[in-house]
Ligand binder design. Structure first.
Ligand SMILES: C/C(=C\CNc1ncnc2c1ncn2[C@@H]1O[C@H](COP(=O)(O)O)[C@@H](O)[C@H]1O)CO
Length: 243
């Protein structure tokens, strides 16, 4: 209880006489748990979303040059794509880049492995999923996100380009988001490399034969991605694009 003094200061506010409260702000905070349904409402989610951006920006702002590497969560050790991603991770570190992945298994793990074993910064931006996944053991700087869109901002904001290996819906989502950002001018000078000509050529053929044919993309949009099988060329392409 606050004694009924004649004057009470609440932050910048001065209260006098009958306006003086009978309890302090801290007492009201600590004495009463109150209703708890507000933690499941959008205004509270906005603060959690804001916290993810604060944490992401705060952790990654001094990362230095980095490249985001995407690819299937399902191509494990022994798979050719895993071996390729490991080499990509290593070459990126040797070229002076940190490697950013989704921090999961498969191609993400391989790129993180190549990067960490080459002595580089190996970032994993994990995502809360309905099933337990966790960051792979080769991540040496990890952040876990609740919200896909906050995490996706980090992949773009802190990378100098994308290298995309074969993958499924997740990889395609990340690829097409990047292409759309470049196509619409939301990001500038942002190289996107597709690795694996056998895997990606049919998609590029379809884009050409169907989207271009129907006029839903422009011819120049097809030049937004660079296709190669050579990890050294992929890294060199990213470097040249930013030079
Ligand atoms: C499927 C399994 C685990 C999934 N765990 C993931 N952890 C982190 N990031 C993920 C995960 N799954 C998908 N992603 C993101 O999408 C891309 C890969 O998705 P795809 O559908 O496999 O192509 C990847 O780049 C991540 O950013 C258990 O095996």
């Amino acid at each position: 209880m606050v004694s009924q003094s004649r004057e009470y200061r609440k932050g910048p506010v001065t209260l006098r006489g009958r306006k003086v409260p009978t309890s302090t702000t801290d007492q009201r905070l600590l004495d009463n748990a109150g209703p708890n349904d507000w933690v499941h409402t959008d205004p509270w989610r906005v603060l959690r979303i804001q916290a993810e951006f604060v944490e992401g920006f705060g952790t990654l702002s001094e990362l230095g040059p980095a490249v985001s590497v995407f690819g299937s969560a399902r191509t494990g050790p022994g798979h050719p794509t895993y071996e390729l991603a490991e080499v990509v991770g290593r070459l990126l570190v040797e070229a002076g880049y940190a490697v950013i992945t989704g921090g999961g298994p498969g191609t993400m793990e391989a790129a993180n492995k190549g990067a960490s074993q080459a002595g580089g910064t190996s970032v994993g931006l994990g995502i809360e999923l309905p099933f337990e996944a966790g960051l792979n053991e080769h991540v040496n700087l990890g952040i876990n996100f609740r919200y896909f869109f906050a995490r996706k901002t980090m992949f773009v904001k802190y990378a100098q380009g994308f290298i995309v290996l074969p993958g499924g819906f997740g990889t395609l989502d990340e690829l097409f988001e990047a292409i759309t950002l470049v196509q619409t001018g939301k990001v500038t000078r942002f190289p996107i490399v597709l690795m694996g000509t056998d895997f990606w050529a049919p998609l590029l053929d379809w884009l050409r034969a169907t989207l271009l044919e129907h006029g839903t993309i422009a011819g120049a949009d097809l030049d937004l991605v660079h296709l190669t099988d050579d990890p050294a060329e992929a890294v060199a392409f990213v470097r040249r694009a930013r030079a």
